[in-house]
Design a protein around this ligand. Structure first.
Ligand code: PEP
Ligand code: MG
Length: 584
């Protein structure tokens, strides 16, 4: 009998295949106390497992295929670094020695402690880093427990299964390293019980084009080994044991999607110009310097947001000015168009090992000392980054963007610090671009309402809808309990977006959008109607957004902007948007 299950679709596409369960179940972790004379041997056993885990990851790294996205190697490197990270390994050794725990129990306890720390983090990306801790710990535990055969892709053992039947992996969780192996082994899709859309695993699945669904609780209990399933990564649906009609429907949908994707490839070198001749700029959001090359291959005209906080992660000391300079210079040199680098967006709750600030976690971290506020409180931290950015400007068209600006004063303070760094570098004879444009992110309603004032100092703006929605609607963007209220189409959000674009235009300051909304095809026509001309997004979305732009009449959409702003509720807005799609 067919069975529908719902999870979170994190990587698009349809797959039809047979279930293969991975890891077969959670690891059973024995816990016992060691006799005092066995403690040192246990420490040695732990170090042996740590070394073996490193060897395994190095082997995976060596097998990464040539044209794979750079982020894949970076993910493996993150796990390799974590295997050497003292917050994991020293603590485990400490627990074995001080408490006389067996190695498995010590790894489990330290893993749980670290996961609890990550879960407290407000930023969804950093919060999802708990997955890395879990993956690395699971690898060590499997070695300690002699259960290393983590990702065997043997063909399904069901009687009539053919060797060529596509395989859908069903697991509690899948590590980035496993994803690489599974991708190489030709797996068609995967479904996991845990994980979220911002996990490394989800990001990798998207870059590899593997349909994926996460957060499907009990998937391993509900889906039988060897049974046929249909995965719809767009909608997060799994259909188990489909009948002939369902198979035909989804096969046809899959064929349409593949044809669509192939057709999109032909748009790579076409400019994003609407039917009525309006030129729209499509830029990429990147997190790692390696992403820049990938973005250009997918038709990005430049980088609209480079999130620099990842340089500060998975390490115990802050990156030096020189190290930052090298990283920024590498990206700037590899990007053809302009590149907008955002200064550090860490917050009080988002401490990484390099700890930019110590002290108790505040009650409302999203409203606390984060992003530009932290940088202004810690000018040395900011100065090193500003110097590195200015030095990198010698290599290309670099722009600097300040996150979470909420008033003019903050902008001017940051501007003064950057100016001081410039004077200092000039005195040292360091090469720099003659002028480095400085802009502000519009992520706080106060900033959106102050664009005309900010425009006296800021040279460009970029709307960060992820935070703008959170702050406008007073909804914690990572709190599941209020997630249903997180609405990009709320009239207040749309009005703030529109006001920002209009005020930017009046002041002749370019306005881009770099929040997730910019890369979601559902909102492209709406944003064109509101006057947006620069979109920055995950590189994988660029061609699809470009197609919508090429097929749209921007003049007609803009003529209806007022109707969008006048829509009082979701129902009215849906009607206006449906009209929009027809008008395009
Ligand atoms: C945003 O807030 O929309 C944004 C792009 O920044 P981040 O998601 O990094 O907070
Ligand atoms: Mg933000």
């Amino acid at each position: 009998m067919s069975l529908w299950l719902n999870g979170i679709g994190v990587s698009r596409g349809i797959a039809i295949g047979r279930v293969q369960r991975l890891h077969g179940g959670d690891l059973e972790i024995p816990e016992y106390l060691l006799p005092p004379d066995e403690v040192e041997a246990e420490v040695t056993r732990f170090h042996g497992a740590q070394g073996r885990a490193k060897e395994q990851l190095q082997q995976v790294r060596a097998q990464i295929p040539g044209g794979a996205p750079g982020e894949i190697a970076a993910f493996i490197d993150t796990h390799l670094l974590m295997l050497d990270d003292r917050s994991l390994t020293d603590a485990v050794v400490g627990l074995i020695r001080a408490q006389r725990y067996n190695a498995e129990a010590a790894v489990k306890r330290q893993r749980d402690a670290l996961v609890a720390v990550f879960e407290q983090m407000e930023d969804p990306y950093l919060r999802s880093r708990k997955d890395d801790v879990q993956h690395v710990s699971a690898r060590i535990l499997r070695i300690l427990l002699n259960q290393e055969k983590a990702a065997p892709v043997a063909r399904a053992d069901s009687g009539e299964a053919a060797a060529s039947d596509p395989i859908v992996i069903v697991a509690d969780d899948v590590t980035p390293a496993d994803i690489i192996l599974l991708g190489q082994q030709g797996v068609a899709a995967f479904v996991t019980e845990y994980g979220g859309p911002l996990s490394h695993t989800a990001i990798l699945a998207r870059s590899l084009g593997l349909p994926a669904i996460v957060g499907l609780h009990n998937a391993r209990r509900l889906l039988r080994e060897g049974e046929w399933v249909i995965i719809d990564g767009d909608l997060g649906h799994v259909l188990a044991d489909p009948d002939g009609g369902a198979r035909d429907f989804f096969s046809a949908k899959r064929a349409r999607q593949l044809a669509d994707r192939a057709a999109l490839g032909s748009l790579r070198d076409k400019p994003a110009i609407s039917r009525d001749g309006v030129k729209i700029r499509l830029l990429a959001n990147i997190e790692l310097s390696e992403d820049a090359t990938h973005a250009a291959e997918l038709g990005a005209e430049g980088v609209g947001l480079y999130r620099t906080e990842f340089l500060y992660m998975n390490r115990r000391s802050l990156p030096t000015e020189e190290e930052q300079y090298q990283a920024y210079a590498r990206v700037v040199a590899s990007v053809k168009g302009p590149i907008t680098i955002r200064t550090l967006d860490l917050g009080a709750d988002k401490q990484v090992d390099s700890g930019a600030r110590s002290g108790p976690t505040p009650n409302n971290p999203a409203l606390g000392l984060r992003a530009i506020r932290l940088c202004l409180k810690e000018p040395e931290l900011f100065r090193a980054q500003a110097r590195a950015l200015l030095r990198a400007s010698a290599h290309g068209d670099l722009h600097i963007m300040l996150p979470m600006i909420s008033n003019v004063q903050e902008f001017r303070q940051a501007q003064a610090l950057i100016e001081a760094a410039r004077v200092q570098l000039a005195a040292e004879g360091q090469p720099m671009a003659q002028h480095v444009p400085l802009g502000a992110m519009i992520e706080v309603p106060a900033a959106a309402l102050s664009v005309p004032l900010l425009a006296r100092h800021a040279e460009f703006f970029s709307i960060g809808t992820n935070d703008l929605i959170q702050y406008t609607l007073a909804i914690d963007r990572v709190d599941d309990e209020v997630n249903y209220l997180y609405d990009p189409l709320h009239p207040a959000v749309l009005r703030l977006i529109h006001m920002t674009i209009e005020a930017g235009d009046r002041a002749r300051r370019p306005v881009a959008m770099c929040g997730e909304m910019a890369g979601d095809p559902k909102y492209t026509r709406l944003l064109l109607g509101l006057g947006l001309t620069e979109f920055s997004m995950h590189p994988a979305s660029i061609l699809e957004i470009k197609r919508i732009i090429i097929e749209s009449d921007v003049g007609r959409l803009r003529a209806r902007a007022q109707a969008i702003l006048d829509a009082a509720d979701a129902l009215e807005l849906q009607e206006v948007l449906a009209e929009f799609e027809r008008a395009a």
